[in-house]
Design a protein. Structure first.
Length: 88
């Protein structure tokens, strides 16, 4: 079995297929980026951690609230689930 390829912009977003070059994690069992895991679907419409790059990270809620930067990374870290053993 070959090693998964490195995560690149071409395979980012939902349905991650490779290892993230930033966090070195593979995708969750449902195909989400390993570093984000599963965020609460009742709250989060979409999000991007930009693989740890705070100046462009964001979380957008269903009621159009946008959390940006370090606050977004903190929200993701505090609310992610679905992480496989060793991914937190």
């Amino acid at each position: 079995m070959s090693e998964p390829k490195q995560h690149t912009p071409e395979v980012s977003g939902n349905d991650q297929r490779g290892i993230c070059a930033h966090c070195q994690l593979g995708p969750t069992k449902d195909g989400h980026d390993g570093c984000m895991g599963e965020l609460p679907a009742s709250v989060v419409m979409n999000a991007c951690c930009r693989h740890g790059e705070a100046k462009v990270a964001y979380v957008q809620t269903w009621w159009n609230e946008r959390i940006s930067g370090e606050r977004a990374l903190a929200y993701i870290a505090a609310n992610r689930s679905g992480m496989e053993q060793g991914h937190e």
